[in-house]
Design a protein. Structure first.
Length: 389
């Protein structure tokens, strides 16, 4: 696994997204200036196969596309990982067209200050993000890592279609590796590859990386582990690739190897089923790290009925699987540490937890890294939390 000088790995979540519109070169540059060890580009493809940094392929929430009359006819309705979405989609634009769009703040209510930067920045390609990391690393004399996420890999490779009905058929995992190789950015100490899906992580491990002579660490992201997430309205509760392949009747043993039996994969598999001791042991042979959602990790509970503050509260204990994951040698990088009050948790007594208090709680429990919207704050906290008893 990557070895860093500091004990807590800080990943700039979509850049310094608490202070600049997410997934812009300016957000990444600020995060690097604030000391982030890694910057995180989520990746989706354009129609001509260029990987760009967007959290989703739907564009209206993060760009000015809805106000661009020349693209009015690109709006359509698609099913993304089982959920119907009406929007404009990256895969229906060429990279040149996408470059004409302007980035906007995705959480204007929570981050009104970021609206001052609306329409000032463009959408970067993955190649541009790699170049930024290389340039800034050389300028600052310290390694800047990349933590790319392949968004919706099953949709883009197998299921999705362009606006004109033609299959998309793009292997974003292969495209990602090709960009890293082309840029000479293949140091396993400077790259993590993450995904909410398993099939593409296994293909990366057993096919795509060996074919290119690479051995980069892989991280399996964990969404809602409760098993209560409705797949018709959210893709956050299940690894969509497992659902899709199982419903088609595909050979799960061929796709997932020993994981198929060890995890009992089926069309209803949810993230919570991946966290028992036997499942973790099987998963450890395939991936190097886990990326849990903080509310699930701290087993957050809803506020009591009638409480003055409706925000969730810390559960009575940390999720029991964390200790076993650390014993097995997983890196555990939790997401997302956010500074804005609407995103903060409360303690059992109903008092708001500061970012510092929450991070100390997580580090004491055994996490090894944190995704942060305000990476400068997380870096500063990371230098002190390990010193606490």
């Amino acid at each position: 696994m990557p070895a860093l000088a500091t004990p807590l790995t800080v990943i700039a979540h979509r850049g310094a997204s608490a202070e600049r519109p997410e997934h812009t070169l300016e957000a990444y540059r600020l995060a690097i200036a604030q000391g982030a060890h890694f910057i995180e580009p989520d990746l989706v493809p354009t129609r001509d196969g260029v990987l760009v940094a967007r959290h989703e392929n739907a564009l209206s929430g993060s760009t000015d596309v809805a106000e661009r009359p020349e693209f009015a006819d690109r709006k359509t309705r698609k099913q993304i990982d089982g959920v119907w979405v009406e929007d404009w989609f990256a895969e229906d634009f060429t990279f040149a067209e996408l470059k004409t769009l302007r980035a906007r703040e995705t959480k204007p209510a929570e981050r009104p200050g970021n609206r001052a930067f609306d329409d000032r920045f463009s959408i970067p390609s993955f190649a541009e993000v790699i170049a930024l990391a290389k340039e800034e690393g050389e300028r600052l004399g310290r390694p800047i890592g990349l933590y790319p996420e392949t968004k919706h890999p099953t949709y883009f490779l197998h299921e999705g279609r362009h606006l004109d009905g033609r299959p998309i058929g793009l292997d974003t995992s292969a495209l990602l590796l090709d960009e890293l190789v082309a840029a000479g950015f293949t140091d396993p100490g400077r790259v993590f590859i993450q995904s909410f899906e398993l099939a593409n992580l296994r293909r990366l491990r057993h096919e795509l990386m060996p074919a290119r002579g690479l051995a980069l660490p892989l991280v399996f992201l964990l969404g809602d582990v409760s098993g209560r997430s409705d797949p018709a309205t959210s893709n956050f509760g299940q690894p969509y690739d497992v659902v899709w392949h199982a419903r088609r009747g595909d050979d799960l043993a061929a796709l997932y190897g020993p994981l198929a039996g060890a995890l009992g994969l089926h069309a209803g598999s949810h993230y919570g089923e991946f966290l028992g001791p036997a499942a973790l042991a099987a998963l450890r042979r395939e991936v190097d790290g886990l990326g849990p959602w903080i509310p699930s990790l701290v087993q957050a509970v809803p506020a009591p009925e009638g409480a003055a503050d409706p925000r969730p509260r810390l559960g009575p204990a940390m999720a029991p699987w964390l200790a076993e994951a650390r014993r097995l040698g997983f890196a555990v990088h939790a997401y997302t540490l956010r500074p804005e009050p609407p995103f903060r948790l409360l303690d059992a007594g109903g008092q708001e937890l500061s970012s510092a208090e929450l991070l100390r709680h997580l580090v004491a429990a055994g996490i090894t890294g944190i995704f942060a919207d305000a990476p400068g704050e997380a870096v500063a906290l990371g230098l002190t939390v390990r010193a606490c008893p």
